[in-house]
Design a protein around this ligand. Structure first.
Ligand code: M6R
Length: 619
């Protein structure tokens, strides 16, 4: 939520910052802005709407060339998406510019304090207080090197909430200062140049060398003195270095119309990469990076899976698999609810937090609550160096590569695969499953990339179907067992991309109420379990007949060779035969393609749907 970019170095900061904003626009697109310092003068420009609006403004009214600059792309929280509320925000004397991601929770009191000192505010944002406070703290700080950084530390000690702040000042034209508490910020280190970004995509075309910033830290980047990091009290901190394991090409559309299409197509590889190195030659699992001891894993008597949105749906599917394989009770919970209901947690509870971005604030807060209660926390995450894995006891990275489209696709499938690995690993360590049983599932996991590739080869009829449904105004998704969360995921994809009201139901629940909304022509997607699940399969076939009898247009996802569904289906989408617990990996794919195609046919921005942002860093 909100993209932040900063640059210090020999290149033209305007170009570097704008390029970074283009790459981070998926984090928020309500407005964009930029500030540079040139010849001791601070200049800025900002505009509501997508980055293209700012670019147009800059083409008409260019900023001066500079070697230090900051940029921001916004997802509005406090104050509407207007020009005035766009970042950067300037201090009253125009010497300091600040960009911000997060929420300053005590901004009202701080604003009142500034106003009583005579400051006139020009926006409705919480951010603007930071600009005014920073200018005042700068004036009060001792003269000499590091004055802006000291002023930043002073104000950070007063701010409550979550924030990444980046500031530039006309007084220190070669310096950028940034701070972070619970919101993301990484530093890129190039040859004589430095970058700041909400994530590494901001600077990946310039460098893959990154530094992680910890909680409550301030970084000062000076063109001559380089990089230094302290905590909010001013104590020096050594930032952790890492090399990003993907390159700029991975963050390009690569010939696809939408990032989402590219990411859907990348799913076989993403799954294969997530399995890579984790399946031993004899069919055993090798999860060395899970830093919990075997004894810790044996002591677990309860598991929570906690996540948001699509990641939560992965958790719902994980419950079926983990309980089945380990016989440990699993609860799945939406992260934003978790800590507020006082869940029963202790040392023998394992909390699995699932997050593609590793920055989702609701999930992060749930993680912290779990740790406060002494539970063990294992993160399943796609973003190396992000906050959630850093604060967890153990981590299993998915290797999906960068996911740019706001709607999660390869993130979801790789989360599923990682959840399967966790379940199987627990069963292996605890001796619940015999080696050959683990080996059998491992062999099935190895088949998944090919199975997904096969689904993708057969998507043309699904695209056609999607194009024929551009005018739909509502849609239902039904499934049972592991296909129930798949139905939820199908409905979420359609809502967020095509703005069509959609709901997912456990198919058996339909008769308890929701079937009342089905009438002539209502599109109903039914995800049918494998035929091997006799009883369940027969019941879902009955559910198809029930909605069809009420006039529904039935779109049925069924495995190859399942002829039982044919008489009741207006459209059949085939997927390869896959074992029941793993089937969501293949049955989700047509739902992603369908939602994408419907949204595209409606002329919508598939990658950046309205009101959303990729990484939700506010609670
Ligand atoms: O980065 P995370 O996996 O923590 O994100 C969680 C949700 O915000 C995310 O899955 C969201 O629901 C997606 N837009 C769904 O496509």
């Amino acid at each position: 939520m909100c993209g932040i970019v900063g640059y210090v170095g020999p290149k033209d900061a305007r170009d570097v910052v704008l390029e970074g904003l283009r790459r981070l626009e998926y984090r928020g697109y309500d407005s964009a802005g930029i500030a540079v310092v040139a010849d001791g003068q601070l200049s800025s420009a900002k505009k509501a709407g997508k980055l293209a609006n700012l670019e147009k403004l800059l083409a008409d009214q260019p900023l001066p060339a500079a070697t230090v600059g900051i940029g921001h792309t916004r997802w509005a929280t406090h104050g509407g998406p207007t020009d005035r509320n766009a970042h950067p925000h300037l201090s009253a004397d125009g010497t300091v510019a600040v960009i911000h991601n997060g929420i300053i929770e005590n901004f009202a009191a701080l604003r009142a304090e500034c106003e009583s000192a005579g400051v006139e505010f020009t926006s409705e944002t919480d951010t603007e207080v930071a600009a005014h406070l920073l200018a005042a703290a700068y004036a009060a700080a001792p003269e000499g090197q590091g004055r802006l950084a000291e002023a930043m530390r002073v104000i950070c000690r007063r701010l409550e909430g979550a924030f990444t702040l980046v500031a530039t000042s006309a007084h220190e034209p070669d310096t950028l200062v940034a701070a972070r508490r619970s919101s993301p910020l990484v530093v890129g280190v190039g040859d004589g140049e430095y970058f700041l970004g909400s994530d590494v995509a901001a600077f990946i075309s310039h460098t893959r060398e990154a530094r992680e910033l910890g909680q409550d830290e301030v970084v000062e980047i000076d063109r001559h003195r380089g990089l230094s990091v302290t905590d909010f009290a001013g104590n020096p901190v050594e930032p952790k270095s890492y090399t990003v394991d993907w390159d700029a090409e991975a963050a390009e559309k690569g010939g696809y119309d939408w990032f989402m299409l590219k990411e859907i197509a990348e799913q076989p590889k993403a799954i294969a990469d997530t399995l890579l190195g984790r399946l031993g030659a004899n069919g055993e699992l090798v999860l060395d990076e899970v830093r919990l001891s075997d004894q810790d894993l044996r002591d677990i008597d309860k598991i929570f899976v906690v996540a948001c949105g699509t990641a939560y749906h992965a958790g719902l599917i994980a419950k079926y698999a983990i309980e089945h394989w380990t016989r440990i009770p699993v609860e799945v919970e939406v992260a934003s609810e978790f800590r507020y209901r006082d869940p029963v947690l202790d040392r023998s509870t394992l909390v699995v937090v699932v997050s593609q971005s590793g920055e989702t604030m609701d999930t992060l807060m749930a993680l912290r609550h779990a740790k406060d209660q002494k539970a063990r926390v294992l993160a399943i995450c796609n973003a190396n160096g992000s906050t959630i894995p850093r604060e967890s006891d153990a981590v299993l990275y998915t290797h999906a590569g960068p996911e740019i489209a706001v709607a999660s696709t390869k993130g979801f499938l790789t989360q599923l695969v990682a959840c399967y690995l966790v379940g199987l690993f627990l069963a292996q360590v605890r001796g619940i499953k015999y080696e050959d049983e683990v080996a059998t599932v491992v062999a099935e996991l190895r088949e998944l990339p090919a199975a997904v590739a096969k689904v993708l080869e057969q998507m043309e009829p699904v695209r056609e179907l999607g194009r024929s449904m551009a005018d739909a105004d509502r849609m239902l998704f039904l499934g049972r067992h592991v296909s129930f969360p798949v139905a939820l995921e199908g409905a979420l994809k359609l809502k967020e991309l095509a703005y069509i009201h959609a709901e997912g139901f456990a198919a058996g629940e339909l008769k308890h109420g929701p079937i009342a909304v089905v009438d002539e022509g209502t599109p109903v997607v039914i995800v049918v379990p494998p035929r091997a699940r006799d009883l369940l399969h027969a019941k879902v076939v009955s559910n198809i007949q029930e909605v069809r009898a009420r006039g529904a247009r039935t779109i049925v996802i069924a495995e190859e060779g399942d002829e039982d569904v044919v008489p009741y289906a207006d459209h059949v989408i085939r997927v390869p035969r896959t074992p029941t617990l793993l089937a969501p990996v293949v049955t989700t794919v047509p739902l992603q393609v369908l939602a994408c195609e419907i949204a595209d046919s409606r002329g919508l921005d598939v990658d950046q749907p309205r009101n959303l942002a990729k990484s939700v860093t506010v609670e």
